[in-house]
Design a protein around this ligand. Structure first.
Ligand SMILES: *Cc1c(COP(=O)(O)O)cnc(C)c1O
Length: 374
């Protein structure tokens, strides 16, 4: 088995044609308007409402700031119930807003927050549930809605992995009170750095638009404690161009995932989870689980060995957020209370996935992984 000549990374950013970018930059220069809801910003907002099938949307300079503004706009405080199996930004956004994260164990198949475990974590100071559609797999949005209705809780979703995901034709960003999207360079759709919130309620959008611009209502009034969460014109312009590439990128990735599934699917000890037919997929990640006993080698060993072949997979999400030094003392962070999340975090491996990856290269990656089997 030969190593790759050049490193294969877990992802590569979508890089649109530079001439198209220059043309857009000329438009921005001609308008001499660089930020604060310019033409590119307005256009991207309306395009994304259509692509994501959401009634209202607000653009941000990144997903983390967007999430913080979402939490603030809903007046969340006290405790919010959240999955520990996510990117640090999800949990940090809560902490930075003065909210205590309460970790809930995850479901073994979907790797999302386990709805059956939420109710026992609700206390008199619980104000919301923060779900993450991990690797583009939708949370049990109906189950979460039932609990939030019963206890009067707000629901926020982190859909950083679920760009253009739909359930039976319904945009993922229409569930819960607010949904956050990230447009970071490593995500399927990007604006270099960027993000958005989607809403069903027009007033919530207005409130978040205010909060992302220092709380400035007009020339005479500043009515809230707001930060600077604005997306600028250069980011928005790159987003508008990237939108043209999304469908072809998704199709290339679908083919790559199919190749992975066909070639890794029969190997004992390797498994993966795919959303069902009713879900439109974003194809942002391809993540496998490695059962050490059945495969004969742990996830960590596979990860290390792949490097010898110039393949740089990623251990998403490891370490588990509840095991970070800043969170491990929380009562809900106790490993005995999060058995599934702790196992899943030790078994998952995100494999290279991006449109420019050749099918032959995918086959070679699969052969290399197969050669590790004991
Ligand atoms: C990328 C990501 C974020 C953070 O988004 P930024 O735009 O980088 O701030 C939050 N949550 C999850 C699950 C992510 O993957």
């Amino acid at each position: 088995m030969k190593p790759f000549n050049n490193p294969i990374f877990v992802t590569r950013p979508l890089l649109p044609n530079l001439n198209d970018i220059s043309e857009k930059m000329q438009q921005i220069w001609d308008a001499a308007w660089l930020t604060n809801n310019g033409k590119q910003h307005q256009k991207l907002e309306s395009e994304l409402m259509r692509v994501l099938k959401v009634p209202y949307l607000s653009l941000f300079n990144n997903g983390t700031i967007a999430l913080m503004v979402a939490l603030q706009s809903l007046n969340l405080s006290g405790e919010v119930i959240v999955t520990p199996f996510t990117f640090p930004a999800t949990i940090h956004a809560l902490s930075l807003c003065g909210i205590k994260p309460v970790f809930c164990d995850i479901h073994n198949d979907t790797m999302n927050i386990n709805v059956a475990k939420i109710e026992e974590l609700i206390t008199s100071v619980t104000t919301g549930i923060l779900g993450v559609h991990v690797f583009g797999m939708p949370c049990d949005v109906i189950g979460i809605q039932k609990i939030s209705d019963k206890y009067g809780l707000k629901v926020v979703y982190d859909a950083a992995h679920a760009f253009c995901t739909e359930i039976d034709g319904t945009g993922i960003g229409t569930y819960g009170d607010i949904t956050m999207f990230s447009f970071h360079a490593t995500k399927l759709f990007h604006t270099v750095e960027g993000g958005a919130l989607s809403f069903n309620d027009a007033n919530l959008k207005l409130r978040c638009d205010l909060l992302k611009n220092f709380g400035i209502k007009n020339e005479d009034e500043v009515v809230a404690i707001g930060l600077n969460g604005k997306m600028n014109e250069v980011q928005a312009a790159i987003g508008l161009i990237n939108l043209n590439y999304i469908e072809s990128e998704r199709q290339k990735r679908a083919k790559i995932i199919e190749t992975y599934c066909e070639n890794l699917g029969k190997i004992k000890g390797i498994s993966f989870c795919m959303p069902g037919e009713s879900v439109k997929k974003s194809f942002q990640y391809f993540v496998i689980r490695i059962d050490k006993n059945e495969f004969g080698l742990s996830r960590d060993k596979v990860y290390e060995k792949l490097k010898n072949y110039n393949i740089f997979a990623r251990k998403y999400f490891y370490p588990l957020c509840s095991n970070y030094s800043c969170y491990k003392e929380l009562i809900s962070a106790d490993k005995r209370k999060l058995p599934v999340a702790n196992i899943v975090a030790s078994e998952t491996l995100s494999l290279p996935l991006y449109g420019a990856l050749e099918v032959d290269e995918v086959l070679q990656i699969c052969d290399i992984i197969k050669s590790f089997k004991k």
